[in-house]
Design a protein around this ligand. Structure first.
Ligand code: N01
Length: 536
């Protein structure tokens, strides 16, 4: 790589929803960009997560780009919650419609990005040994893009196929009539289990920590729903951007404590929201569900009662009931998860009581017995939020490495930039609402902020922007303070890096809400990029 195309204004890492939109936005500003993508196709998370049942748990009309009215007119979602194949088709259509592919290099993993201080350029090295140099580098690497494999001895010696849900083979996996073992019970497993249960000869679900899951009530989108959305499109998108989660729930903001309400009324409210098929509806029913344990117990108890009413075997139902506060680990949205355990071919294995000790040639062995299997599905999640960034040898001023900088946890300004790493940006980085919001809304906000920033620098004849250390320190403190005011940090979750051995426990997403965060980012830009050092 040596031509002019290898010296674009901006090098973007990742061709998921963030990288695609960023490329489009930069081009519209007359900036040149090259997108480097490790996978052999675009789509990011929606390309890699092809496991049976993979589906978005944010409504299609909300989990879609809003930047182009034409695109919105041209695309019709078929279901309330789109499945992975449809979302991938959508992203491919976006790439074609905006002619994005010509600047995307697929099958090109970024292994290193070093800032060359002498000439103020990022040198981005790829797995092919080539280098792309650019003044600006944007990491659109995704929050959940590095699969985490469990440390189970002997997995290599298992005779059948072993597949991680986030690395599912493009041609699928033969599951019909087979004995399948699923390790993990997070969102991926909760979606896969009901689908696998219908096809498997026998399905064994190895659960260490139960999840709270609410029913999706998925269905085809009707013409009337589409029409309603189009009719109030602008207002709807505005509400999304100013909301706390990037989603419009259709409910007014809560005004009362869960403990100030008559129990029957509260049960009625929970019931109505349980039926709405929304990730956020239950959590936002009262003001204090996520900040006060006794208040949270009311909604946790409600969901546990639903599990007991759904699952026929009381012992299995008990095992499926979480004992930690509702919502503090990512809530799942399901289609038939709990009822799957009523099927005669499905069994729940409690690996908290009887731990998984190893894989054998024929299956999985717990401390007490062996489970014979034909296929093992690994649904153990991701090295979340920092994994993809840490997988790159990132070096800023003075050759300082990001891995060292973040040894005690990620340190960013707004989840967008870091001190010591000039002209480097992250889309939905740690310290931004990211995974606690509708990702498409947060992606659009970051992409637009970054693109506007580069445009502003150009217009002012400036070439370098870098977050200052005091701004980073202050922001890290704010992210931590907001989290401490909630129940989130009271449990181990991937939000805190607790699923990766050796990782410092730091609550990574910003919990202050999408709308307020957006305002703050806009004010910082309007104030001449307060907290950043700018130079020519
Ligand atoms: O992963 P997870 P995921 N032995 O980390 C278990 C998004 N997402 O892929 O907690 C046995 O949630 C682990 O148990 P424990 C969404 O944000 C979105 O399901 O370590 N079990 C846990 O049960 C989601 O939160 C959609 O005790 C082991 C499970 O594996 C995020 O991705 C769909 C184990 C991992 O759950 C991650 O979800 C899918 C071991 N050694 C995912 N190691 C949408 O719908 C781990 N586990 C948009």
């Amino acid at each position: 790589m040596d031509g002019p195309a290898d010296r674009p204004d901006v090098v973007v890492v990742g061709a998921g929803p963030a990288g695609l939109y960023l490329l489009h936005r930069l081009r519209r500003l007359g900036l040149t960009a090259v997108v480097l993508e490790a996978a052999d196709d675009l789509g990011g998370t929606w390309y890699r997560n092809r496991y049976p049942g993979a589906r978005c748990d944010v409504e299609s009309l909300q989990y879609s780009y809003s930047f182009s009215a034409d695109l919105e007119r041209e695309w019709d979602w078929s279901e309330r919650f789109a499945g992975q194949p449809e979302i991938l088709r959508y992203l491919r259509q976006v790439a074609d419609r905006f002619d994005l592919r010509r600047d995307i290099r697929l099958g090109t993993r970024v292994v290193a990005a070093h800032y060359d201080e002498a000439v103020r350029v990022w040198r981005v090295r790829t797995s092919h040994g080539t280098t792309v140099s650019a003044r600006y580098c944007v990491l659109a690497t995704g929050c959940l893009s590095v699969p985490r494999w469990p440390r189970i001895p002997g997995l290599d010696g298992f005779r059948g196929p072993v597949h991680h849900t986030a690395e599912w083979p493009p041609d699928g996996v033969e599951v019909a009539g087979r004995r399948i073992g699923v390790i993990g019970t997070g969102s991926s497993a909760v979606q896969a289990v009901p689908v696998l249960a219908e096809q498997a000869g026998r399905l064994s679900v190895f659960q260490r920590t139960p999840a709270y899951s609410v029913p999706a009530h998925n269905r085809p989108l009707s013409a009337a729903e589409r029409h309603r959305f189009t009719a109030r499109h602008d207002e709807f998108r505005r509400q999304q951007r100013l909301s706390s989660s990037g989603m419009v729930t259709g409910y007014p903001p809560a005004t009362r404590s869960a403990l100030d309400v008559d129990p029957d009324e509260r049960a009625g409210t929970f019931e109505q929201r349980w039926r709405s098929g929304s990730l956020m509806a239950l959590m936002t029913a009262y003001t204090d569900l996520m900040t006060d344990r006794p208040a949270n117990d009311t909604v946790a108890g409600f969901v546990r009662s639903k599990i007991h009413r759904t699952v026929r075997d009381p012992g299995v139902a008990r095992l499926l009931c979480p004992d930690y506060p509702f919502g503090t680990r990512r809530i799942c949205l399901d289609t038939g998860y709990y009822t799957a355990f009523n099927r005669p071919n499905v069994q729940l294995v409690d690996v908290r009581a009887d731990p998984l000790v190893r894989a054998t040639a024929h299956g999985l062995r717990t401390a007490n017995r062996e489970y014979r299997l034909d296929v093992i599905v690994v649904a153990t999640g991701f090295d979340a939020m920092t994994g993809a960034l840490a997988s790159i040898d990132l070096r800023g001023r003075g050759g300082r490495s990001l891995r060292d900088e973040w040894a005690a946890g990620p340190r960013t300004y707004l989840g967008l930039a870091m001190a010591g790493f000039p002209n480097l940006f992250t889309v939905t980085g740690p310290g931004s609402p990211s995974v606690l919001s509708n990702m498409l809304v947060s992606i659009e906000q970051h992409v637009e902020w970054i693109a506007d920033c580069l445009d502003a620098l150009r217009r002012r004849g400036l070439t370098t922007i870098e977050a200052t250390r005091p701004a980073v320190d202050d922001w890290v403190g704010q992210v931590d303070a907001v989290a401490r005011g909630t129940l989130y940090p009271t449990v181990d979750s991937w939000y805190r890096g607790a699923n990766v051995p050796g990782r410092p426990r730091v609550f990574m997403p910003y919990l202050g809400g999408v709308g307020g965060y957006r305002k703050m980012c806009d004010e910082i830009a309007a104030a001449g990029y307060r907290g950043f050092a700018l130079s020519a």
